[in-house]
Ligand binder design. Structure first.
Ligand code: MN
Length: 504
């Protein structure tokens, strides 16, 4: 179990019926208990599974689903049909359930006991047809769900359940997420904007604004002693040149002001109970510089961040951070910065003016102060400088297509970064899959942002589960993608989402 998920649980409900007599149900109940205990003891699952008994009638199913909805600890329901559980009895309960659903097609016995198998064995190991009956009704109801197939002790099957649990945890986290916008979208930018009402209806989080004048009331309350203490922490945590500690230097003043900005933003986010925020470099109040260092450090703490008012990416950065609790390589807000054409090895430099999370750093970050000529303050600005880890990762973004949200996911390979002596910002360098030509082309065809939410620790399966739970479109650009197939997929999706509501 993962500490961050300790207040969460996933319910396990076994579908049965009384056709085979009470003894069979008692035996199945015993098997289910053993399975759930085994799954919890496997160490493979980040969220505790709680067995909720067998459901043998329409009323029992409905009662369990209503209880699942009402219990804030319950972040999702796993169903398994040990036997033929006539699926009409699941209709009302499934219609009622508002939490993520996983259908586990498994069986208590791993292998057929060829010499001993008899009718009693059959009565206790009937998910081969029971899960198909259940699958029919979930398909008929168009109920979004994840289907995991495999023996309950199989690490691969448990791995798929673990992914879904992490996504369900992040989904629960997003349902009371407040995203605060300090300032609006950057002037005239389309892709980072969208329907905030639909976002709350569909994705759960509430997007609100905080006038920078209100943020400045927090600024006014920060004491010099608090700032001094945070500056001392910076110097302890990060490599830096000795001159930066000279209290008479401009560099020190800039670091000091950056620390005050961090304390200001954190105080405001804490007071409002926000989990994510955006900034706008044209709207800075009394901040003497863009609060980039603050954004970097707050991201590392788990606050979602999006630059220039990008509230969708801010929410996603929080969500992916929550999904990957206890995982090692990190996640960040990133921006497609500049291109490096080199045939099959062509790459995209990922950076931002300042705001990259140190969670993805390959080495101890350096605290530096350099002139930054963007926004309303053109001035030396503090930031953490580093290059990212290498290896595979996943970039994702959500765009508003007018009638739906589209989640675009691209597998990427972070390559060895090159030194950027005259561009002192944090950065990553990646090759989108399947290659730069198709990866970038497909992303652009799908209408993807220049901003993304990046993680080394998730795979596309996480985002697929997320899109399934949210009921939004997802397209995945990967090693197999070709432009002609991708075009067809987008066209088919256009029709599907136009007709979807009419079909349901
Ligand atoms: Mn940007």
């Amino acid at each position: 179990m993962i500490e961050a998920y300790k207040n969460f649980e996933v319910w396990f409900v076994t579908g049965a019926q009384l056709l085979y007599g009470g003894d069979a149900v008692v035996a199945v109940d015993g098997h289910s208990n053993e399975m759930v205990a085994g799954m919890n003891a496997s160490g493979a699952l980040p969220v505790k599974v709680v067995y909720k008994g067998t459901a043998n009638s329409s009323k029992e199913v409905l009662d369990i689903m209503k209880a699942a909805n009402a219990d804030p600890k319950c972040i999702g329901v796993i169903t398994w049909m040990h036997t033929f559980s006539p699926a009409k009895m699941w209709i009302h309960g499934l219609q009622e359930l508002h939490k993520p659903l996983l259908h586990f097609h498994t069986q208590f016995n791993k292998e057929i006991p060829w010499n001993e198998i008899d009718m009693d064995f059959m009565n206790l190991n009937q998910s081969a047809h029971g899960d198909r009956e259940f699958g029919h009704i979930t398909a008929r109801l168009r109920r979004p769900r994840k289907i995991v197939v495999g023996h309950w002790q199989d690490p691969q099957a448990l791995g798929h359940i673990a992914v879904w649990q992490r996504v369900a945890a992040a989904w629960a986290d997003a349902q009371d997420m407040l995203v605060i916008r300090f300032g609006d979208q950057m002037n005239n930018v389309a892709v980072t904007d969208g329907d905030k009402v639909e976002a709350e209806m569909r994705l759960g989080y509430h997007v609100d604004y905080c006038p920078v004048s209100e943020l400045m009331t927090y600024f006014d309350k920060i004491t010099d002693a608090e700032v001094d203490a945070l500056v001392a922490e910076y110097f302890q945590l990060y490599d830096h040149v000795a001159e930066l500690e000279d209290k008479q230097s401009e560099g020190y003043l800039k670091v000091w002001n950056a620390a005050k900005a961090e304390l200001t933003i954190r105080a405001c986010l804490v007071a409002k109970g926000a989990k994510a925020f955006t900034t706008n470099f044209d709207d800075l109040g009394h901040f003497d510089q863009i609060p980039g260092l603050a954004s970097q450090r707050l991201m590392a703490e788990g606050y979602g961040f999006g630059g220039e008012g990008d509230w969708k990416t801010a929410a996603m950065v929080r969500t992916v951070w929550f999904m990957t609790q206890g995982m090692e390589k990190g996640c960040s807000f990133l921006e497609d910065y500049t291109l490096n054409f080199d045939g099959e090895q062509s790459t995209i430099l990922q950076a931002h003016m300042l705001e990259i999370s140190p969670l993805i750093a390959a080495q101890k970050p350096r605290l530096e102060v350099h002139f930054l000529g963007i926004g309303v303050r053109k001035t030396p600005t503090a930031r953490l400088v580093f290059t990212s880890k290498t290896g595979q990762g996943v970039a994702a973004t959500v765009v508003d297509m007018g009638n739906r949200f589209r989640l675009i996911v691209n597998d990427v390979e972070c390559t060895e970064p090159k030194p950027l002596p005259k561009l002192p910002v944090a950065s990553a360098l990646w090759k989108p899959m399947p290659n730069f030509e198709v990866g970038a082309g497909a992303w652009i065809l799908a209408g993807g942002t220049h901003h993304s939410c990046f993680s080394y620790d998730v795979t596309a399966e996480y985002w697929e589960d997320y899109a399934e739970i949210a009921g939004i479109e997802m397209v995945h650009i990967n090693k197999e993608t070709t432009m002609s197939d991708f075009k067809k997929e987008l066209r088919m999706n256009e029709v599907y989402y136009l007709l979807n509501k009419a079909l349901c």
